[in-house]
Design a protein around this ligand. Structure first.
Ligand code: NAD
Length: 483
């Protein structure tokens, strides 16, 4: 089964339902630039209905389940995702344009999130606190209630897994607003959840536009916690909407993450990580290593090797499974073009560029990967998130300068450091402003166990790992005086 040319509804109360207003939105295949399906265009009426369904599940069958049983549902769901890996990957590749092997990896990661949180569900607990004689004091870990999840288009399955998997494990019922550009895989995943034993209402998905369904979700007083992943501008809007009803909000807002390469680094190990760090998902990755800082003695030799590597990269349709697929939509393609025109106008030198293969349909949203050299630290190409396959490089002279350059943007999501100097490894782990620091690797394989989130404009709160369960639960202190 594929989702091609289907008309999809929302997923509410374990049912597929049309939008109450009856409106739909087209879905475009980025590899071809043509319509491939339609989704329901949700409004506040659909959000109301989904939140009502989630509240009933939270107060009823889902909220009443033992933590162990919630874990078992997630475990069965994980197995179902693995059993449908190929189907989910085909849907995702069509919907987002990502190369089919990257879509397969996303489905495996989703299953792994469910597996991790299945095992963790009955290990989230409070503590007892030694207090005055005559008291017993304990903390209880309780779910928030109904959690809202606003998901972007770059990694729908992975971000759904890390956010919804943890929220359900902690005992919440969820309402999800996926991105209008990429929600087909999640509708299928939700149906697999129902078949795996998720009670009606525990998970609801309302599709539609951000300014309509997304805004309605963020503003809704029936939401007890919001998790948002996407752009800083929209994140701010969501946080403001949540603040109006005193709703805790977790924000994951992207980055401009540096990889710092010292002259003593193992270059053979660093080179593939520098390339994959920016071309994975065609650069549309919040933790993309989009800046490379190279110690001056190594600058020209490493730029030469990077240029050869970039020159060999190919972009093409998802089905060809090349290094890069297309960008997600025309708007994103235009955004990258605008940055590249700016580079040209500022006389920033393009050191190398990959190719778009001849088989790529002319109406697809392709962008060949680009390596820019000597990018000034004041330029927007050095400071702003492009969200495309563009790597900005520049040299540095000493460790202090490297740290100042690395920390010198508004963002702080991830940082990579390549050096054999053990003392420097520890120093930089402390000095870099980022939610994750990787030494002599970049991303550590993306392990679901590793808490993830940003500082500064990259956001706040942590998802992934056990840490996410603390965010998706709240602590109650109980003091019993017994004499
Ligand atoms: P966006 O932040 O506007 O969209 C992300 C999600 O928020 C989508 O589900 C969208 O429907 C929803 N949304 C949009 N407006 C909303 C609102 N007013 N209230 C509630 N929800 C709303 O991102 P975009 O416009 O699709 O992309 C723009 C830029 O965002 C990209 O170029 C990229 O730089 C960045 N981005 C970052 C990430 C990330 O993971 N950090 C992901 C996607 C996009």
């Amino acid at each position: 089964m594929t989702a091609t040319h289907e008309r999809h509804g929302h997923f509410i109360d374990n049912q597929t339902v049309p939008s109450q207003a009856g409106a739909r939105l087209p879905v475009t295949d980025p590899s071809r630039g043509t319509e491939c399906a339609q989704i329901a265009r949700g409004t506040s009426a659909d959000i109301d209905r989904a939140i009502g369904s989630a509240r009933a599940a939270f107060q009823g069958r889902w909220g009443g389940l033992a933590a162990m049983e919630r874990g078992r549902v997630l475990q069965r769901w994980s197995q179902a995702v693995l059993a449908h890996q190929e189907e989910l990957a085909q849907i995702e590749a069509m919907d987002t344009g990502k190369p089919i092997s990257q879509a397969r990896a996303d489905a495996v990661a989703l299953a792994r999130y469910f597996e991790f949180y299945a095992g963790a569900a009955d290990k989230l607990h409070g503590q007892t606190i030694p207090y005055q004689s005559g008291y017993t004091v304990m903390t209880l870990r309780e779910p928030h209630g109904v959690t809202g999840h606003i998901i972007p288009w770059n990694y729908p399955m992975q971000i759904f897994g890390r956010s919804v998997g943890a929220a359900l494990a902690a005992g919440n019922a969820c309402v999800v607003k996926p991105a209008e550009d990429a929600c087909l895989s999640l509708l299928r995943v939700a149906a697999l959840g129902a078949a795996a034993g998720l009670p009606a209402g525990a998970l609801n998905i309302v599709t539609g536009l951000g300014a309509e369904a997304g805004q309605a979700l963020a503003e809704h007083p029936g939401i007890d916690h919001l998790s948002f992943t996407g752009s800083p501008e929209t994140g701010r809007r969501v946080a403001v909407a949540g603040a109006a009803h005193h709703c805790p909000v977790t924000l994951e807002l992207g980055g401009k993450s540096p990889q710092i390469v010292f002259a003593d680094a193992d270059i053979d190990a660093a080179l593939p990580a520098l390339v994959s760090g920016i071309i994975q998902n065609a650069g549309q990755t919040c933790s993309a290593g989009s800046r490379v800082l190279i110690e001056r003695p190594l600058y020209e030799p490493l730029m030469e090797r990077l240029s050869i590597a970039f020159g060999a990269l190919r972009a093409g349709p998802a089905s060809l499974d090349l290094e890069l697929g297309p960008l997600v939509n025309r708007k994103q393609q235009q955004r990258v073009w605008d940055f590249l025109s700016d580079a040209q106008a500022s006389d920033i030198v393009m050191a190398a560029q990959g190719e778009i293969v001849d088989e790529a349909p002319a109406d697809g949203f392709y962008q060949a990967p680009v390596l820019l050299r000597d990018v000034p630290a004041s330029h927007r190409l050095w400071r702003e998130e492009i969200f495309g396959p563009v790597l900005a490089a520049r040299a540095f002279d000493d460790e202090d300068e490297a740290v100042a350059l690395a920390n010198g943007t508004d963002f702080g999501l991830v940082a990579g450091v390549w050096t054999r100097d053990g003392s420097r490894q520890f120093r930089l782990a402390h000095r870099l402003q980022a939610g994750q620091v990787f030494i002599n690797n970049y991303g550590a394989g993306g392990g679901v166990e590793l808490p993830f989130g940003g500082v500064k404009h990259s956001g706040h709160g942590r998802e992934k790992g056990f840490e996410a369960l603390y965010g998706f639960s709240r602590l109650k202190t109980v003091a019993i005086r017994h004499g």
